[in-house]
Design a protein around this ligand. Structure first.
Ligand code: UDP
Length: 327
């Protein structure tokens, strides 16, 4: 198939591109390299089935041109990371709303099947252990910048739903719950690569808030096969589907786990949210998915444990450090 991937140089996008190429597809990737990196695509550079275009999903004509003739579109490009949303709120809103509208409209016009990335942030402060896709959203004030990401992604979901019902778009929405693995950088806020870098450097691990907040981390290698199955599953069209693990851990315990895994002499410090993120930040204290729908639709069952994830991120960062030293 001819497949278009937005955000192809990003953390999830680059793993997806590799998978699609190994299945023999022809892939065109689009990335503005704002947070994505060319080095993420090193493995596929020069592959005859792959072409990367550097540009923005805000460029409507370019998105239209690249979508034409494709049977599938994976829309992964977005402004992501709590620091990006905090520091570039306006640009993030525009990218995540208008950019997505361009991709959704192009896919609808071309008759391509769309898989669009959404987020567990959609559920906001809903603490239900085992969040289901039709659970309520509990979101703080729109004037708190933290929520602007969830607001934008919620608009995207409504847009896709309307295109599906009114324009015949075939689309599945994925709500990612803390996907982690090799190539994810901590620069934009993500906690596991940040703690790992700190532990390897012998620095303090900076837990924000009390550290009692709970997350479930899912290995990107468990997520990628689910994406390719769900985009090919007509039963999934018109739905939003959670993808995440069922292994909850507090951020305090995560910090200790990473210190142990790296045999580090680092200690843990606690930083108030205000100092970490500035004003306009509220955290969600517990975020645990119910992935029954994904299991029913495509047999999704994450196999890699949190220990596997931490080991993979440690290996990845050690390999990058050795590459820098050697060059
Ligand atoms: N966090 C932390 N220290 C860091 C980065 C993040 O304690 O250096 C916390 C963050 O406040 C949140 C959790 O770790 O409670 C997960 O953060 P991340 O940005 O990875 O994902 P989120 O679940 O917030 O989307």
């Amino acid at each position: 198939m001819k497949i278009f991937v937005t955000g192809a140089a990003g953390f999830i996008g680059s793993h997806l591109v590799e998978d699609l190429l190994s299945d023999g597809h022809h892939v065109t990737g689009l990335d503005d390299l704002s947070t994505g990196r060319l080095s993420n695509l090193r493995v596929v550079a020069g592959h005859p089935g792959f072409r990367l275009v550097q540009g923005s999903i805000l460029d409507e004509a370019l998105v239209s041109e690249l979508t034409a003739g494709c049977q599938q579109v994976y829309h992964l490009a977005a402004a992501v990371g709590s620091f990006v949303i905090r520091d570039r709120t306006l640009e993030s809103l525009r990218t995540n709303i208008h950019g997505t509208e361009n991709v959704v409209d192009a896919a609808a016009r071309c008759g391509a099947v769309l898989l669009a990335a959404s987020t567990s942030e959609i559920y906001g402060k809903n603490m239900k252990p085992g969040l289901c896709e039709d659970d309520d959203r509990i979101i703080g004030s729109p004037l708190k910048s933290r929520w602007s990401y969830a607001e934008a992604k919620a608009i995207d979901e409504s847009l896709i739903d309307a295109y599906s019902r009114e324009r015949g778009l075939k689309a599945v929405i994925i709500r990612f719950f803390n996907t982690v693995g090799p190539r994810q950088t901590g620069r934009y806020g993500m906690v596991i690569p940040r703690f790992t870098r700190q532990a390897l450097a012998g620095e303090s691990l900076t837990v924000y808030g009390t550290g009692d907040q709970i997350r479930c981390f899912c290995h990107v290698y468990d997520v990628i096969p689910a994406l390719t199955k769900l985009i090919a599953a007509p039963a999934a069209y018109g739905l939003a589907v959670n993808l995440g693990s069922n292994e909850p851990i507090s951020i305090n315990d995560l910090a200790e786990r990473i210190i142990a895994a790296t045999d580090s002499a680092s200690v843990v410090t606690h930083t108030p949210y205000l100092d970490a993120y500035g004003s306009g930040y509220e955290d969600m204290q517990r975020r645990i998915p119910d992935c029954t729908l994904a299991r029913t639709l495509c047999g999704f069952t994450p196999r890699r444990t949190l220990d596997d994830i931490v080991a993979a991120v440690v290996n990845d960062q050690e390999a990058s450090r050795s590459a820098v030293v050697a060059s």
